[in-house]
Design a protein. Structure first.
Length: 65
C-alpha cells in the first residue's frame, strides 16, 4: 500500500509540524489520512463492481429474451 502526504506550510509551521511528529501525534494524523484514502479506494472499487454487475445483469437479460 502506498501512502502519500501532500501539504503546504509556511516556514513558521514547520517547527510545529516536527514537534507533533516527534510527540507521536503525527502518526495519528497520518493514520487518519490513510483511512480516508482507503475509504476513497473502496468507494471506487464498489463503483466499478456495481458497473460490472449491471453489465452482467444486462447480458443475462439479453440472453434470456
Amino acid at each position: 500500500m502506498e501512502n502519500l502526504l501532500c501539504c503546504t506550510r509556511t516556514p513558521s509551521q514547520h517547527g510545529a509540524f516536527l514537534y507533533l511528529i516527534r510527540r507521536g501525534r503525527g502518526n495519528e494524523f497520518l493514520r487518519i489520512i490513510d483511512e480516508k484514502s482507503l475509504i476513497k479506494k473502496y468507494w471506487r472499487e464498489i463503483s466499478i463492481l456495481k458497473q460490472e454487475l449491471d453489465q452482467l445483469r444486462k447480458g443475462i437479460k439479453c440472453n434470456l429474451d
